[in-house]
Ligand binder design. Structure first.
Ligand code: 13P
Length: 257
């Protein structure tokens, strides 16, 4: 299976989110080989987008969640609230939140606990900076991010999850990572997770994100190790998103024949 996640970030309001959700459904209509698709609108658009995708193959994701269960946390949105709003998936630890909003690995670990506690499937984002890659510290950095992110979760609480490998230098830059680099990192991530969680490891997938387009999506998705894509900029342009979905359908069709 392949999973395509649309991270609309803080780019579109309610009306555009509804249009994007409708367009995404249209792009999938009548197709025999469908990827799993998760759309992640802003919090304010969740309710309207939920109505559009009700009883479809498309799932609803949030872009963030509070690290706390409840309480005096002005402006925060808890995992319980997301669940109540029909959300099934949540992006955690995106590099924009790590870098611009100073989220730490520890805070991210608390958010992961919240997601599992309230039965949300987390997309846990990891990825190295340009400097980490240039100094060949990228695997070390990703290993540390993975371990801390899962460090507070009781092994018994673990549910299905995704790791999204998003190298910081590839996000929103038009400089997408090469297939070989991604394959090496995805294999590394898979190995690290299994080694860390041992025989308690639940089903999990590894996604790639960073300047994914309609042109490069197929080359990524045809690789077994790339279980899906986390798409930013291209996901708010319906023609680009449709191309990415087409690429996923072609790969799935080819695999089934
Ligand atoms: P871009 O696809 O715009 O590079 O963004 C990737 C991303 O941050 C997805 O979460």
């Amino acid at each position: 299976m392949k999973t395509i996640v649309a991270n609309w970030k803080m780019n579109v309001g309610v009306r555009e989110s509804v249009a994007l959700a409708r367009g995404t459904l249209l792009a999938l209509r009548g197709k025999p080989h469908l990827p799993d698709v998760v759309v992640c609108p802003s919090f304010t658009s969740l309710g309207e987008v939920r109505k559009v995708i009700a009883r479809s193959y498309v799932s609803l994701g949030a872009q963030d969640v509070s690290s706390q269960d409840q309480g005096a946390m002005t402006g925060e949105i808890s995992a319980r609230m997301l669940f109540e709003a029909g959300v099934t998936h949540v992006i955690i630890g995106h590099s924009e939140r790590r870098n611009l909003l100073h989220e730490t690995d520890e805070l991210i670990a608390q958010k992961v606990v919240q997601a599992f506690t309230h039965k949300l499937v987390p997309f846990i984002c990891v990825g190295e900076s340009k400097k980490d890659r240039e100094t060949t510290h990228h695997t070390e950095v990703v290993r540390a991010q993975l371990r801390v992110a899962l460090s507070l979760t009781d092994r018994k609480q673990l549910g299905r999850f995704f790791i999204a490998y998003e190298p910081v230098w590839a996000i929103g830059t038009g400089v997408n990572a090469g297939v070989q680099d991604i394959l090496e990192m995805h294999q590394f991530i898979r190995h690290e997770i299994v080694e860390y969680l041992g025989d308690r490891t639940p089903a999990f997938g590894v996604l790639y994100g960073g300047s994914v387009t309609g042109e490069n999506a197929y080359d990524y998705l045809r690789e077994k190790e790339v279980e899906g894509l986390l798409v930013g900029g291209a996901s708010v342009k319906l023609t680009h998103m449709t191309e990415i979905l087409k690429a996923a359908q072609s790969v799935l069709e080819r695999q089934s024949s």
